[in-house]
Design a protein around this ligand. Structure first.
Ligand code: CAA
Length: 384
């Protein structure tokens, strides 16, 4: 039985800031952000939107009325939860009108949550081939104004429908994993922003990639020439390049050229959005599918990394006619229609927070699924 991704779509908010403007405001050479980090624009979320609104909007793009009857599991991978108990998944399940007899929950390990969710979806469909699973990877990456992490912020969500009718990509069942207890990036309870040892996080990312790459070579008997493309978790788009450089010397020039050319296709969207934490690997996958030169049967290697640190390397195989199931024009339109913020507007939005005093407040954000009211610390979302 084939299991895989039947549909995939992302959502990003309607606001962004130009990295050149941010660099100038922080008195940094813009090339540090554009070349040194590989980022051109950064998505910015209004305080009236959150992982529920991001996730619901992404899922709304792919889930049909028929799917809503067949979806028997909804999993949200995130590290931006606003509630330690109730999951974002149950709110999204409600907003989308998915049939009620669905296993619905949230899952966490830093930027790895989306991959954990995707693999659980695979296992569920293996046991229940007539059912579908909605996987959402949604996050808000925020480090604070004028911090080293600021140019690597971003936000958004990717939704994937996993089923036994994989019209886009099928699993190859070849995952290898690695875990190491390290404090490179973490967010203790009560902290608005993560604590991060940025340079250590870069190092652990690359080390983890090399570990799973080596394990993959040994366990699955594969080399670089088996892959049409490699995609990476993208906290900023230079990061995948650094990991690739760590293994480049072991491969032929032809392999290096092919994989680097596909890498450029895989980072197109992330350059304009920034870090989605759990969604970043899958925004890269969307970009590769939309822009890359792929054909049926091609193997895509995916490196998932979650600080703290866990990682997984696995592959997905391209299905025939996959392009027919993509939303390429809509994806481009979603990015093109966004509003560019001035630095003052960005900093104002950044500092705004939902009231947390238990009172009742109403908001006038009319975008789909936006928070329309908060009362008694319950968020009420606008129906789409
Ligand atoms: N022109 C071109 N390049 C320039 C430049 C210029 N004028 N000035 C600097 N650069 C280059 C530097 O040489 C450097 O390149 P290399 O990494 O290839 O050496 C790059 O720009 C960044 O410069 P610095 O290392 O000096 O930047 P920094 O100290 O300000 O911090 C950072 C960079 C550590 C990534 C920081 O932004 C950060 O902490 N970000 C958050 C953590 C993060 O994203 N970590 C990634 C791995 S962890 C992970 O993947 C999980 C996750 O999602 C968070």
């Amino acid at each position: 039985m084939k299991i895989g991704i039947e549909k995939i779509a992302f959502h990003v908010p309607n606001n962004y800031v130009e990295m050149t403007d941010l660099a100038q405001a922080r008195q940094v050479d813009p090339n540090k952000f554009h070349i040194g980090l590989g980022q051109d624009q950064m998505a910015v979320l209004p305080y009236t939107q959150d992982i529920v609104t991001l996730g619901a909007n992404a899922a709304q793009r792919i889930v049909s009325d028929t799917d809503k009857k067949q979806i028997a599991m909804v999993i949200v991978g995130t590290e931006s939860a606003h509630d330690f108990s109730k999951s974002a998944a149950v709110s999204i399940h409600h907003l989308l009108g998915i049939q009620p007899y669905a296993r619905t929950y949230e899952i966490k390990h830093a930027c790895y949550g989306g991959t954990a969710a995707l693999q659980q979806a695979h296992d569920f469909v293996a046991c229940h081939p007539d059912k579908k699973v909605l996987v959402i990877a949604a996050d808000i990456a925020k480090y604070g104004l004028a911090t080293p992490g600021e140019p690597t912020q971003g936000c958004g969500a990717v939704a994937m429908l996993v089923s036994a009718e994989p019209k886009i990509l099928r699993f190859a069942d070849d995952s290898v994993y690695y875990a190491e207890d390290v404090y490179d990036f973490w967010r203790p309870a009560g902290h608005d922003y993560p604590l991060v040892d940025g340079h250590l996080s870069n190092e652990i990312y690359v080390e983890s990639f090399v570990k799973v790459w080596e394990a993959n070579k040994k366990l699955n008997q594969r080399t670089a020439s088996d892959y049409a493309a490699l995609t990476f978790h993208l906290p900023y788009t230079k990061m995948g390049r650094k990991a690739f450089a760590a293994i480049a010397l072991e491969m032929s020039t032809a392999d290096q050229d092919r994989l680097m050319a596909q890498y450029e296709h895989a980072i197109t969207y992330s350059r304009k959005v920034g870090n989605l934490y759990t969604g970043s690997l899958y925004l890269g996958l969307c970009s590769l599918l939309d822009h890359g030169t792929l054909k049926a049967g091609d193997r895509i290697g995916l490196f998932s990394y979650g600080s703290g640190a866990v990682s997984e390397f696995f592959s997905l195989i391209v299905e025939p006619d996959f392009k027919r199931s993509l939303l390429i024009a809509e994806n481009e339109a979603l990015l093109a229609q966004r509003k560019k913020l001035t630095l003052t507007e960005y900093e104002t939005l950044f500092k705004q927070k939902l009231p947390a005093d238990g009172g009742t407040y109403e908001f006038d954000d009319t975008s789909s699924f936006a928070i329309k009211k908060i009362s008694g610390d319950i968020r009420y979302y606008r129906e789409a």
